[in-house]
Design a protein around this ligand. Sequence first.
Ligand code: BDP
Length: 323
Amino acid sequence: MQFRYFAAALAAAAFVGTVGAQDKMVMKAADVHPPGYPNVVAIENMGKKLEKETNGRLSIQMYPSMQLGGEKEMIEQAQVGALQIARVSVGTLGPVVDDLNVFNLPFMFRDEAHMRKVIDGPIGDELLAKVTASPARLIGLGWMDAGTRNVYTSKPIKEPSDLKGLKMRTMGNPLFVETMNAMGGNGVPLGYDQLYSALQTHVVDGAENNPPSMLTANHYQVVKVYSLTGHLIIPEMFVFSKASWDKLSAADQALVKKHSREVQMEQRQLWDKYVGEAEAKLKAAGVQFVPADKPAFFKATQPIRDKYGAKYAALQQRILDTK
Ligand code: BDP
């Protein structure tokens, strides 16, 4: 009996003090997406590599499928050290580290290739460092690709006027609510974990996301028209809890950082394949993909770029200049 308590206390103390060369550490990682999703697979692969290279001393235990809640909750858990790796959208991180909101501006990137160029280069590195240096108690480890977000509801959305009167779910960031309002709809911020039931019960009429999310979160079962507005290309980030990071040795920190860059490169290979498969599955399930008047949505969202973009003007220009 006593021994059991002792063992439990030892386990609870796993992150107390610097982890020495001999200490075993299981890092908890979380994602809203299900097993098999590129983001989940890429982090799991990092865990396997770490385990192999450290003879089982470091490993990753993945909690997928919103087991630990939505992204807001995941960020909070990482901040207190209850979770080591949180893979979240830059959309949800924007309210925590404001500099990131430059990526959350509508039509900020020309296309996905442009976004990749930016996250792989000096701007990507600077923003990871901004997260680390911010008071958010998180370490910016690396980026992931989340494709392009388009709106979906039960009718085609070709022009901003088509969104009139529709309650459209956005991620929890005021910037997105205003963007959706500027696009012609009514933005309703909601956690990803609440969205499926909100669609089902008509608390919202639609949402906006990439095809893999529409598929894996089962939104396509409720709404069947995917309109190619392409208004947002938002990368994802995986962050480490600073409370836990400070307990890693410098050598282990370097190892995790090295693998993070590999995750960034590997995830997009998985992503490219997964998007194509998701689109095919959505179409097979009766989802209609319809073109939208992108220039009209670009024009409608200009006030958002003017309002929010001003404080990041220099950075915005460097992003635009990235060829
Ligand atoms: C998905 C992102 C995920 C977000 C989700 C959302 O991968 O990180 O939580 O969108 O809309 O594309 O909340």
